[in-house]
Ligand binder design. Structure first.
Ligand code: ATP
Length: 445
């Protein structure tokens, strides 16, 4: 399909309403009217988000022998942000409309017409606004006690470079992966969980010899694109876009964004930056500690170059939700909404459904439910017709349903497995049920 023919599979409003109705994502502090730029993950949302993180960790840390993990603190010494440049340059230009008092990021405006009230020429001069959220440590709230909620997780990796190097005895190239919360006082948080003030990131800092850095940057772009495809994202809704020279940060030797075709159109999903030796050099300068690597073969000290694939957990969850959404009409003319999530990402792997709420069926179905729960997240549902229960599971992306009927208890000690995507049904003995389900749940651990 050419890019011009692409249509979003779902609009944002439909997705937000599904997420709320089914318990994926709620507005933060909703009963108090909500807080802009913050969202809560409900019972299904937390499962799905954990699965996204697990899929990332597994491919980028567990399965690679050149990667290790880290979990650094959110609060860091304030000098870190001076060294990294965030205190001076992590700013967005902010303008206000004098007429309706709405606030915008100047770089996101197309013209001098206010998108809210339609008046022309009412914007104030842009003011640079630092995006870091501040708080205080200790009992005295003064400048000396000011600390920042980290605006990215990367810094925690850079300041631990020496610790990781000496404790793991790594040779170049090697990388450190980290997942954790980040905070940015975004001027205009919007588009659901696409841009929020509190969010999670999954970041890799990959340290390599300067001579190998361009090749490894290319390799990371290929690896990251392969990850999205492995977990079922549609290839035609993903693209790599290299930053133009004028978009690059002063230290960057090249950045490419992985863009996804969101309900709002093409937008950044992940950044894959070549950061050169900027970060280690800066932190060495500000901390007074040497942050370099001794190359045994060449007998020389080098400051490694860094490749940084950086992905937002929430933005990635949004992409998986939008990508998997489909509305279909079956042969009886009935509409079904289905999330065709990869089994590894789906919040619930299996639903156990007795054909009806009957005293003969319930014990057998409950027993199966109890056994399967030891392996995966499983739901039990016996309310309403079996058809409606299938639809309910389709709508939350459950790949497999297990139906317990009278034949099960009276005759063959077997159950029916029903597949979400094909809606095909097969009968399998209870004895081999866990194995039969596992075969149908690729890449699920
Ligand atoms: P933008 O230009 O959209 O503000 P950025 O280029 O500043 O984003 P990075 O600093 O490269 O973003 O952050 C890496 C990743 O972290 C982004 O690709 C995105 O997935 C995620 N991310 C960044 N800011 C936010 C946010 N406010 N809300 C949700 N996710 C975010």
């Amino acid at each position: 399909m050419s890019e011009t023919e692409l249509k979003p599979s779902v609009d944002m409003e439909t997705l937000v309403s599904l997420c709320k109705r089914r318990g994926f994502i709620f507005q933060s502090s909703e009963i108090y009217g909500g807080l802009a730029g913050a969202w809560d993950y409900g019972p299904l949302g937390v499962e799905m988000k954990n699965n996204v993180k697990r899929a990332w960790w597994r491919a980028n840390v567990q399965e690679r022998d050149d990667m290790v993990g880290l979990d650094a603190a959110i609060l860091m010494h304030p000098e870190v942000w001076r060294a990294s440049g965030h205190l001076d340059t992590f700013t967005d230009p902010m303008v206000d409309c004098r007429n309706c008092k709405s606030r915008f990021r100047e770089d996101e405006l197309d013209s001098d017409v206010c998108p809210n009230c339609g008046e022309r020429g009412t914007f104030t001069e842009p003011r640079m606004f630092n995006l870091m959220l501040r708080t205080f440590v200790g009992p005295v709230q003064d400048d000396a006690a000011t600390v920042y909620l980290r605006p990215e997780t990367a810094a925690g990796i850079f300041v631990n470079f020496e610790n990781v190097l000496t404790t793991t005895r790594r040779k170049l190239p090697f990388g450190v992966g980290q997942i954790g919360k980040s905070f940015r006082n975004e001027i205009t948080p919007r588009n659901f969980i696409f841009r929020t003030r509190e969010f999670e990131q999954m970041e890799i800092e990959y340290f390599c010899h300067p001579e190998e850095s361009l090749r490894l940057h290319d390799q990371w772009m290929r690896d990251r694109m392969a990850w999205y495809e492995r977990f079922g994202m549609k290839r035609d809704r993903l693209r790599l876009r290299a930053h133009a020279q004028e978009e690059l940060s002063h230290y960057s030797r090249g950045t490419s964004d992985v863009e996804y075709y969101f309900p709002i159109g093409w937008a950044e999903l992940e950044g894959i930056a070549h950061r050169g030796d900027f970060d280690l050099t800066q932190h060495a300068k500000f901390s007074g500690k040497e942050l370099s690597y001794f190359d045994e073969e060449r007998k020389e000290h080098v400051v490694p170059h860094v490749i940084e694939p950086s992905l937002g957990v929430d933005r990635c969850t949004l992409a998986f939700l939008a990508d998997s959404y489909a509305e279909e009409t079956d042969d009886k003319g009935e509409k079904r909404v289905v999330l065709r999530l990869h089994p590894a990402i789906a919040p619930i792997k299996v639903a156990v459904l007795p054909l009806s709420r009957n005293e003969k069926l319930t014990p057998a179905a409950r027993d199966i439910y109890a056994r399967l729960r030891k392996h995966w997240m499983v739901q039990y549902d016996d309310a309403q017709s079996i058809g409606r229960r299938y639809r309910r599971q389709d709508e939350i992306g459950t790949p497999l349903c297990v139906t317990v009927d009278f034949q099960t208890v009276e005759d063959d000690n077997a159950v029916t497995i029903r597949e979400r995507d094909s809606m095909a049904q097969v009968r399998v003995p209870i004895e081999g049920l866990a194995g039969a389900l596992r075969e149908r749940l690729p890449d699920v651990i």
